[in-house]
Design a protein around this ligand. Structure first.
Ligand code: CA
Ligand code: CA
Length: 323
């Protein structure tokens, strides 16, 4: 089966509502990356789509997780109906260099996390180091309790992505296409893609992801990669199977593809959690999220495709046992 047909059949599978909901507003937003390093700037936007003059105001609790320390900082904003706020992360989370952000709806007059399925958001990253920029929508999680009521059903102070407090996380994540990676000495770095990974077991855990990487002729390769709370890593550091020369010369690839650009290879890959471990606890099949950023001059990043769901993710445990 060609990559194109495979992708079409995959999209057909993803049309099943449980697997891929429309991107409706929700109560919890995850922005997979912010970058406040010198020369870079990140804009995070949250918009309140509610027009309800009585119940349409909300507080939003922003949590910025620093990739180096896994520590988080907080900021609070109130959004009236149809309100929007855009912040630069360097102003909203001073002292944080890079990592990810999540923001969730809170009651106006208490610290209670509540269901308020009217929030949408976007992140824009201007990356000075790579002279690139991209924007992407937030990953949205619906609150699952009655509107305006507490989501913390188990009183653990965590936002459980378990299908009861908030929507579940994907079981697996699929990236429908990558380009064969070309090292900088091999003719420029225009085929450079980096994977953003974030773990949803807790800040004390190292998460290992299992990769299944396919060339453009259904030939598969497996690999693993481990990271702490957040990482952004070039594909070529994860596996040599992403390398254009390897795909072209060392695999049984389709020599006519990429159609119109033979010699440039493409493939797709699938990720699943292997295990997440702290010094005391190992969690099998941990929850995680991943986004591919193509960091060439014309950068792009898009919401990942997802397969299935699982209920063991949470934001944001700082315990050795996870939950
Ligand atoms: Ca909870
Ligand atoms: Ca999984």
């Amino acid at each position: 089966m060609s990559t194109f047909c495979r992708t079409l059949s995959l999209l057909a599978l993803l049309a099943v509502p449980a697997a891929a909901e429309r991107n409706d507003p929700g109560s919890l937003l995850i922005f997979p990356e912010y970058d406040s390093r010198p020369g870079s700037i990140t804009f995070v936007t949250v918009t309140n789509t509610s027009s309800d003059a009585i119940d349409g105001s909300i507080r939003v609790h922003f949590n910025y997780v620093d990739a180096e320390t896994c520590l988080k900082s907080d900021a609070m904003e109130t959004l009236t109906p149809r309100d929007t706020i855009t912040v630069t992360t360097m102003a909203h989370a001073p002292g944080h260099s890079r990592g990810y952000c999540f923001a969730y709806a809170r009651a106006l007059t208490s610290s209670q996390a509540v269901t308020f399925n009217h929030l949408v958001g976007q992140v824009l990253v201007l990356d000075g180091a790579h002279a690139s920029e991209y924007s992407m929508n937030a990953l949205v999680f619906e609150g699952k309790t009655a509107p305006g009521t507490s989501t913390d059903l188990d009183f653990d102070g965590l936002r459980d992505l378990d299908g009861l407090e908030y929507g579940a996380t994907p079981d697996k994540i699929v990236i429908p296409r990558f380009f064969g990676q070309v090292p900088p000495s091999g003719g420029g770095d225009y085929m450079r893609a980096e994977l953003v990974l974030l773990g949803l077991t807790g800040t004390r855990f190292t998460t290992t992801i299992n990769f299944l990487i396919y060339n453009d002729n259904e030939e598969g390769f497996s690999s693993q990669f481990s990271f702490d709370c957040w990482d952004r890593v070039p594909l070529r550091q994860i596996s040599g199977a992403f390398d254009n020369a390897f795909l072209s010369l060392a695999t049984n690839n389709d020599p006519t593809e990429i159609l119109g650009l033979p010699g440039w290879e493409s493939g797709w890959f699938e990720m699943d959690g292997g295990a997440a471990s702290s010094s005391t606890t190992t969690v099998l099949d941990p929850a995680f999220l991943a986004v591919l950023v193509e960091a060439q001059r014309l950068s792009s990043a898009s919401l990942p495709f997802t397969l299935g769901s699982q209920t063991n993710g949470a934001l944001l445990s700082q315990s050795l046992s996870g939950h």
